[in-house]
Design a protein around this ligand. Structure first.
Ligand SMILES: *[C@@H]1O[C@H](CO)[C@@H](O)[C@H](O)[C@H]1NC(C)=O
Ligand SMILES: *[C@@H]1O[C@H](CO)[C@@H](O)[C@H](O)[C@H]1NC(C)=O
Ligand SMILES: *[C@@H]1O[C@H](CO)[C@@H](O)[C@H](O)[C@H]1NC(C)=O
Ligand SMILES: *[C@@H]1O[C@H](CO)[C@@H](O)[C@H](O)[C@H]1NC(C)=O
Ligand SMILES: *[C@@H]1O[C@H](CO)[C@@H](O)[C@H](O)[C@H]1NC(C)=O
Ligand SMILES: *[C@@H]1O[C@H](CO)[C@@H](O)[C@H](O)[C@H]1NC(C)=O
Ligand SMILES: *[C@@H]1O[C@H](CO)[C@@H](O)[C@H](O)[C@H]1NC(C)=O
Ligand SMILES: *[C@@H]1O[C@H](CO)[C@@H](O)[C@H](O)[C@H]1NC(C)=O
Ligand SMILES: *[C@@H]1O[C@H](CO)[C@@H](O)[C@H](O)[C@H]1NC(C)=O
Ligand SMILES: *[C@@H]1O[C@H](CO)[C@@H](O)[C@H](O)[C@H]1NC(C)=O
Ligand SMILES: *[C@@H]1O[C@H](CO)[C@@H](O)[C@H](O)[C@H]1NC(C)=O
Length: 867
């Protein structure tokens, strides 16, 4: 008996000494942290006064080793430089100084093998070290955007960051080529690649083929050459290549089955838009404007289409071109649709001053003169379809391949000049009277193609002169003032950047939720209590009918009042017999739920469990559900909600959801978000209720409506079909709620005709044009110009959120950004505003779980303009 006793005493001593160590002794990283503090000008709003850096605001240490693991200073106006000693913080996992005014060189972090995220977004850094990525084997995200760097190139050390998921350096004075290091073998997880607004040169690297990149943003970076490599980038969901010098035809898109966003505007693409693109089911936005695309105007079934300013034969989408146009295009297809021809081939009549084309008075093409145009590719056999052709001159180009034998069928042909090219093979036998000139083709007559360069393939990989296109840099526009929201990190950044910018206007933006709660705040408060059934029976008047607040899929909610007057809501879960295992799971789930605290989530105050009852106690929300105010306001004698209210409610819900989604250790998906689960306080601010309950119901029958969790009308299509649950399921429901807020209509309105039953389809139709859209807006909303602008933005957001393809839906971080900027605009300058940038570090009731990892998932869909 003695030994275990002694053991526990020793253990206790060990614990005490450990606690002593944690609380009074500095971290081994103190010297490096002091060096950091010394080289930064820390504002008063950041408390870095403690002798132990682990207690500094925005700094976290691991509790086991007391090493600094996390440094996060978001948008605090901090100036100064970063010291080289940062490299000594070898346990660092997150380093994030986004949206400050730091200057000087970014120091090398080489060797920090635990570093997962590095964020230097929007500062005044002047240089970036070439060895930055050396040994950064855990690095997942790096943001370098919007810094006034001296010109730099993507360093070779990038290859070592094999865990990379996001690489972002928008508007960062980046020069040189994109290195050819992106094969799937090297960066198996790289999904986001943002380099827009830089001064690159060269082409898309061949190793992009087979990469796992999903988002590729290379706007206005001065690249050239063909984009054929895209056809092998089958993971792509978003691509922006606008404002470059890309040439050649569009690639085959048939394998890009997840592609939702494609912007290719302002390049020099030529040729017919491939049906593989037109037919792409996943496509949501397509922008082809300002190119030299040919053939019929494509008819996309996509939400947002821009095909303006091209070389399409007719302006009506889907209408076929004149047959002569089709023949000529099929001929130049073999030459990769040369720019020089596309430039002058305007309209639907080749006889109307098309370069190289001569017609007779009947409109028949009689001569084709492509002499001396620098053409590459091959001679198409389709020349034989120009039946009236008398002269064909292809001399002095770089054509390869053979002379097709079909040309001998041209009955009127009198002259064929293919001299000075790179043709080979036997010259077919033409009629006696045809003048065939083949001089200046060294391999003419030989059976095999010339050894060095093989003939170009008809799909045009020979086009666009790939080898010679390393053009000199040109001055490209740099969008200096664009604020980008880039992934989880960036999305939060944007909020803060807005804050910093809008400071002048005396209003504020709410601080982001996804910030670090200081360790000393967490876990030292026992909020949740186990309450006896008897007490709850008493306070709810024995669960009397009069106390019912509402009924839902999970059970009935009763109002209760404690002795001291505090009101509570008691949810009595539908009873079903629970076995011990289910009970244990239920308890552990409750334990987790009670820790989830956010101002926009209804707090679980207590619970009660026995063999007959499962009761959950929540804070009481006096104004009841959102549906009551949105749909039943008349019956309930309420006033309809003003647009500003709706907007703040939307933002509250977005923030609550962002928080639920953003918890790293345990991320929650609500799965049943709807106005009936959104509760309002007396100030009409909103909180989400019933989160996490789906997982608490043992038998899987948690919804009144469906076998799977969720409610018809709010269910994302993929969830209904596959049962596949991701956070994007909630984003869909959120989009539906936005539509309801705009229209005052229910998600599923059985009084409507079949095709207007579901709000999503109906809303999409109404949203197409301005008039119908205005009709769709809830008539109780007072519409002035500002309101309409605000509503339009929310409508756009609603559309993104409820996109069919989950990949197209934004993360909640993005919705928070969009909505908070609107609320910002709308909010009258109330001096008593409860929002303050000071709440970044939270209060206990705000949040008790520190986020230990930043969600590195995709965030930016829908925010395409900024990256
Ligand atoms: C960081 O490490 C370097 C090399 O080990 C050392 O010279 C330097 O003094 C360290 N910095 C601090 C602040 O301890
Ligand atoms: C921030 O809030 C804390 C407590 O809520 C307060 O003590 C502190 O003075 C505030 N700081 C600023 C800069 O407003
Ligand atoms: C950072 O750059 C901005 C914009 O160029 C400038 O206004 C600001 O003064 C700079 N801050 C510092 C500390 O250099
Ligand atoms: C890029 O670098 C050049 C040369 O140092 C400098 O003149 C220019 O201002 C920089 N551009 C940006 C956007 O910082
Ligand atoms: C890629 O991500 C997966 C899943 O998160 C992880 O298991 C794997 O180690 C990562 N690969 C690399 C090279 O980091
Ligand atoms: C696409 O991938 C295939 C198979 O790996 C390869 O043969 C082809 O050259 C690639 N095409 C492009 C344009 O990269
Ligand atoms: C297409 O892109 C151009 C510029 O790149 C832009 O001006 C235009 O608004 C875009 N069209 C759509 C429908 O987004
Ligand atoms: C060209 O010639 C053929 C007869 O060979 C005739 O049928 C056709 O209508 C003519 N015109 C055009 C515009 O094709
Ligand atoms: C940042 O600092 C500038 C002056 O240094 C000040 O005008 C501005 O209000 C500060 N912004 C914030 C968000 O503190
Ligand atoms: C009322 O009692 C509850 C439970 O004991 C307690 O949590 C709450 O703070 C009390 N409220 C007031 C206003 O005293
Ligand atoms: C929701 O959060 C926002 C900001 O975090 C806050 O202004 C609002 O009051 C919250 N809602 C409630 C009901 O507390």
């Amino acid at each position: 008996m003695k030994k275990p006793y002694l053991g526990s005493i020793l253990f206790l001593i060990f614990l005490l000494s450990f606690a002593f160590h944690v609380h009074s002794q500095s971290t081994p990283d103190a010297a490096a942290m002091q060096a950091l503090k010394a080289s930064l000008k820390i504002p008063l709003s950041l408390d870095w006064s403690d002798s132990n850096p682990c207690n500094w605001a925005g700094v976290q240490c691991s509790s086991s080793s007391n090493r600094v693991t996390w440094i996060q200073i978001l948008g605090k106006n901090v100036t100064g430089t970063l010291p080289p000693d940062l490299r000594n913080l070898s346990a660092l996992t997150i380093f994030d100084v986004r949206c400050n005014q730091l200057t000087g060189a970014i120091p090398s972090l080489a060797g920090l093998s635990s570093l997962q995220g590095a964020n230097f977004f929007k500062n005044n850094f002047t240089s970036f070290p070439a060895d930055f990525f050396t040994g950064l084997t855990s690095l997942q995200t790096v943001y370098l955007d919007y810094n006034p760097f001296a010109p730099w190139e993507i360093p070779a050390s990038l290859k070592e960051a094999t865990a990379l998921q996001s690489f972002s350096a928008v508007s960062a004075n980046l020069t040189g080529t994109i290195p050819d290091i992106f094969g799937s073998g090297t960066f198996s997880n790289l999904s986001q690649f943002y380099l827009s607004f830089n001064q690159l040169e060269g082409e898309l690297p061949a190793s992009f083929s087979g990469s796992m990149i999903q988002s590729l943003f290379l706007k206005e970076v001065n690249l050239s050459g063909s984009i054929q490599v895209l056809q092998n980038m089958t993971s792509l969901t978003e691509v922006a290549l606008n404002g470059n010098h890309f040439t050649g035809p569009l690639p085959d898109f048939s394998q890009l089955v997840q592609l939702a966003y494609l912007s290719l505007s302002y390049n020099q693409f030529t040729g017919v838009v491939p049906m593989s693109l037109v037919d792409l089911q996943s496509l949501y936005v397509i922008n082809l404007t300002n190119n030299l695309l040919q053939g019929p105007t494509p008819k996309f079934a996509t939400a947002r289409v821009d095909t303006g300013t091209n070389r399409f034969c007719l302006s009506d989408p889907g209408v076929a071109c004149d047959n002569r146009v089709n023949i000529l295009l099929s001929i130049v297809e073999a030459m990769s649709y040369p720019v020089i021809l596309a430039e002058s081939w305007i309209g639907n009549d080749p006889c109307n001053s098309w370069r190289g084309i001569t017609c007779n008075s009947n409109g028949n093409i009689t001569a084709v003169n492509f002499k001396n145009l620098g053409l590459s590719g091959t001679i198409s056999s389709n020349f034989s379809m120009l039946t009236q052709l008398t002269t064909l001159d292809l001399s002095n180009n770089g054509l390869t391949g053979t002379i097709p034998s079909e040309l001998t069928n041209l009955a009127s042909l009198s002259r064929l000049d293919v001299s000075k090219n790179n043709l080979y093979g036997k010259v077919p036998t033409f009629k006696q009277n045809v003048d065939v000139i083949t001089a200046g083709n060294p391999n003419m007559g030989k059976d095999t193609p010339p050894p060095p360069a093989s003939p170009a393939t008809p799909d045009g990989s020979g086009g666009g002169s790939p080898a010679s296109s390393q053009k000199k840099s040109q001055t490209a526009k740099v969008a200096g003032s664009v604020v980008g929201a880039l992934s989880g990190l960036g999305a939060i950044g944007m909020v803060i950047c807005l804050y910093a910018r809008k400071q002048k206007h005396s209003s504020t933006v709410q601080s982001p939720n996804a910030v670090v709660t200081h360790p000393r705040h967490s876990g030292d408060q026992e909020v949740v209590k186990v309450i006896s059934t008897q007490v709850l029976r008493t306070v709810t008047n024995n669960f009397s009918e009069q106390n019912i607040l509402g009924r839902g899929g999970f059970g009935t909610v009763y109002k209760g009042e404690l002795n001291n007057g505090t009101k509570i809501a008691v949810k009595r879960m539908k009873s079903s017999i629970m076995n011990e295992k289910a009970l244990a799971e239920f308890k552990s789930e409750i334990a987790v739920l009670t820790k989830v605290r956010h101002r926009n989530l209804t707090a679980l105050l207590g619970y009660c469990l026995d063999e007959n009852e499962r009761l959950l106690v929540y804070e009481y929300m006096p104004q009841g559900t959102l549906s009551r105010h949105l749909f039943n306001w008349k019956e309930q004698g309420l006033k309809p909600l003003e647009w500003t209210r709706r907007l703040t409610i939307a933002l509250d819900v977005a923030r609550g959801l962002e928080y639920l989604h953003g918890l790293a250790r345990q991320s929650f998906i609500h799965r049943d978000l709807k106005p009936a689960n959104i509760l309002l306080g007396d100030d009409m601010h909103a909180k989400i209720a019933d989160f996490g309950l789906v997982r608490l119901v043992p038998d899987g029958k948690y919804s009144v409506h469906t076998r799977i969790a969720g409610t018809f009308g709010y269910l994302a299509p993929e969830y209904g079909v596959t049962g596949r649950v991701t956070k994007k399921v909630d984003v869909f429901s959120f989009g539906v709620i936005l539509m309801e807020l705009i229209t005052g209509r229910r998600a599923l309105d059985e009084t409507q005709s079949e095709d207007s039953l579901y709000i999503v389809a109906w809303f999409r139709r109404m949203h197409i044009n301005k008039d119908t859209f205005q009709q769709a807006i809830d008539t109780t909303i007072e519409l002035d110009e500002d309101a309409l602008a605000s509503i339009s933005t929310v409508a756009e957001l609603a559309g993104h959120c409820s996109a069919e393809d989950p990949n197209q839906r934004p993360h909640m971080g993005h919705t928070v950004n969009v909505l908070s900027s609107l609320v910002e605009v709308w909010k009258p300058a109330e001096p008593d505003s409860i929002d303050s940038n000071n709440d970044t570090y939270g209060t206990d009731s705000d949040m008790t779980i520190p986020l230990e990892l930043i969600d590195t998932g995709k965030v930016i869909e829908g925010n395409w303009e900024y990256i």
